[in-house]
Ligand binder design. Structure first.
Ligand SMILES: [Zn+2]
Length: 115
């Protein structure tokens, strides 16, 4: 049964039957949306702007004091990795000992400084 208002915003403006799965692909489920909501569904600009939304979200999190990204590794751990490498261990072996990935060990040993 067709509702009297938009199933997204409750507007009673002219309603469009929106096929959740396109009719051309055999979709039969219809949700009723007002003109504005229906155009948003079909306007891919909303999705194209996802990187702007992500940036805005990260900025908000930073403003709240959230620390983003990986925490810096302690000098002690970096030195431990370097010592093990000097002893001739492979990055995979060092990783196993230190509980890190092989590539992370490579980063620790080859990077000049992280702190
Ligand atoms: Zn609406």
């Amino acid at each position: 049964m067709k509702p009297n208002n938009c199933q997204n915003c409750q507007s009673e403006e002219f309603l469009y039957g929106h096929h959740v799965i396109p009719k051309s692909l055999g979709g039969k489920l219809i949700v009723y949306l007002c003109g504005e909501c229906h155009s948003i569904v079909h306007d891919r600009k909303v999705l194209k702007d996802i990187s702007a939304l992500t940036k805005a979200g990260l900025a908000k999190a930073k403003a709240r004091g959230v620390i983003l990204g990986r925490r810096p590794t302690s000098k002690k751990k970096i030195n431990q990795a370097k010592i093990l490498k000097d002893k001739g261990l492979s990055y995979a072996q060092i990783g196993k000992i230190m509980g890190l990935t092989r590539s992370r060990c490579h980063q620790l040993v080859t990077r000049k400084s992280e702190l």
